[in-house]
Design a protein around this ligand. Structure first.
Ligand SMILES: *Cc1c(COP(=O)(O)O)cnc(C)c1O
Length: 487
């Protein structure tokens, strides 16, 4: 029978990676933060707070942030890297910098600092948050392939501990600014080593066709090092390499580390400077669905320590202090997004009947599915479902057919308008990449511990949304504000 003639009305099949659930109401602990559970009625709870209460009090959609889970994972990273790179292993220590672009607000910056981590920023706005949160400049790094004069001036005034220089133009710009201020700027060079890592494999070539960094193979990195070493206003502290994101395979990091350490040895031989630091970047993968298999933090740390020790032995250099910059791996598992279901549709497709579950957010609060083909999981959050599981597609409310949040997941077949639906692993690159597409207001971030529930980012209001449109100075209609949150 041709595919376009509907056959028997069976449901769409699950993708091969998605197993049929033993219990569709159960949550898989490895996908959720430490303090998330379901009670006997099937209500999702976080640090003891039922999401039914949170939705009632704070509305949906909302990012729900498990604070203790976040802090303990930040500490786990710091401790694992300190232990693996300890002097008794012949190494020179390691620092963990949280990559703020994954998700940043003043509360998060403060927690990161209190946990003993540094903070990576890549814009004026991110540095302003770090500074307002009381993070000392010395614990902050500044990234970016096109930093403005204003950003570089701010970084020097703030006393940022490392400016990760990305181009020869930036060297000129930074040198001029540092000279004018009469200071010496601390510089690391972002180098590209020809390793591009993607999830389960990596490509190692000589060249890399991308906007970031100074190429090692084309000699740009060496030229930049010579320029910085010669400058009275710049101090070369080290080299930096970042090879990708959502990486599960250690071998890409190993090849990158070997190439960066070889460049460091060459700089030592040419200029007689012994660079004290090497940054191996971020990109450590996390579990969004059961198909993802991240390397445990301590195992990754000791593998990286082993390769640094081995390469330095082989090169006959001493060992540098190492830093890493995880963003996603620290924050993503700490957060889930809580939505309310508005409509459910059964759509006849060539593959069978697909159940579309539409929620009150979408690509404006999670663009990763549309942008990166990312997979997410979800669960019914307000009750147990007695119905047989069906494969559903969770979509948003935007005027865009690519507005998909969860492409495939099993849910009880009776999912209905009014139900709550929760998507785990949304801490990184969701709120930070959120938009006002269709003039929606962006959701807030609700921080939850056993004793406290509070906004660390408040939900955007229509007054804030319309503040940039002079014609919307008075957004009321007939004297009434239609925004339910502002009434
Ligand atoms: C994005 C980025 C990171 C963090 O990446 P994650 O995948 O969130 O760990 C770290 N360093 C640099 C330079 C980055 O651009």
């Amino acid at each position: 029978m041709p595919a376009h003639i509907a056959g028997p009305l069976h449901a769409t099949p699950a993708p091969v990676w998605l197993p049929y659930p033993d219990d569709v109401n159960a949550v898989m602990p490895s996908l959720w933060s430490d303090n998330v559970a379901k009670d006997s009625d099937g209500v999702l709870t976080v640090a003891g707070h039922p999401v039914t209460d949170l939705a009632e009090r704070f509305g949906t959609p909302t990012f729900v942030f498990d604070v203790d889970d976040f802090v303990s994972r930040a500490e786990l990273f710091r401790q694992a890297y300190s232990a693996a790179f300890a002097p008794e292993h012949g190494l020179a220590g390691a620092d963990v910098f949280y990559a703020g672009k994954a998700f940043l607000c003043t509360a998060v910056a403060r927690w990161v600092h209190e946990a003993g981590l540094g903070l990576d920023t890549c814009s004026l706005g991110e540095m302003m948050i770090a500074r307002a949160a009381g993070v000392p400049g010395a614990s902050v790094g500044l990234h970016g392939n096109n930093k403005s004069v204003a950003e570089l001036e701010y970084a020097l005034d703030y006393g940022v501990g490392r400016i990760i220089v990305d181009s020869l133009d930036e060297i000129d710009r930074l040198e001029t600014i540092a000279a004018a201020k009469g200071v010496v700027a601390p510089v690391m060079l972002r180098v590209t080593v020809g390793v591009e890592a993607h999830t389960h494999d990596f490509i190692a070539t000589a060249h890399e066709d991308q906007k970031f960094g100074l190429s090692v193979s084309a000699g740009k990195a060496s030229a930049a090092a010579a320029r910085v070493v010669d400058s009275a206003h710049l101090r070369l502290d080290g080299l930096h390499s970042h090879i990708g994101s959502q990486i599960f395979d250690i071998s890409g990091f190993q090849v990158a580390a070997a190439r960066v350490l070889a460049l460091r040895a060459e700089i030592m031989a040419t200029h007689g400077v012994d660079l004290p630091e090497v940054d191996l970047g971020g990109g450590f993968g996390i579990r969004y669905t059961s198909q993802d298999t991240p390397i445990p933090v301590a195992e990754m740390a000791s593998e990286l320590a082993a390769v640094v020790a081995k390469e330095c032995r082989g090169l006959g250099t001493n060992v540098p202090r190492i830093s890493i910059e995880p963003g996603r791996a620290i924050v993503s598992p700490a957060v889930f997004t809580l939505y309310r279901v508005g409509t459910v549709k059964e759509v006849v497709t060539d593959e069978g009947v697909r159940t579309y579950v539409a929620v009150d957010g979408g690509m404006s609060d999670n663009i990763r599915t549309a942008l990166y083909d990312a997979d997410y999981s979800c669960t019914l959050a307000n009750r147990n479902s007695p119905a047989a599981p069906v494969v559903v597609r969770v979509v948003g409310m935007h005027c865009e057919s690519g507005d998909v949040i969860v492409r495939d997941e099993y849910m009880g077949g009776d999912v209905a308008p009014g139900d709550l639906l929760a998507v785990p692993g949304t801490g990184a690159y969701c709120r930070s990449l959120s938009s006002n597409y269709n003039h929606v207001t962006r959701p807030g971030v609700l921080a939850v511990t056993r004793d406290r529930v509070e906004w660390i980012v408040t939900p955007e209001t229509y007054s804030q949304l319309f503040a940039s449109d002079p014609g919307m100075a008075d957004p009321t209609t007939d004297g009434k504000n239609p925004d339910p949150a502002e009434r």
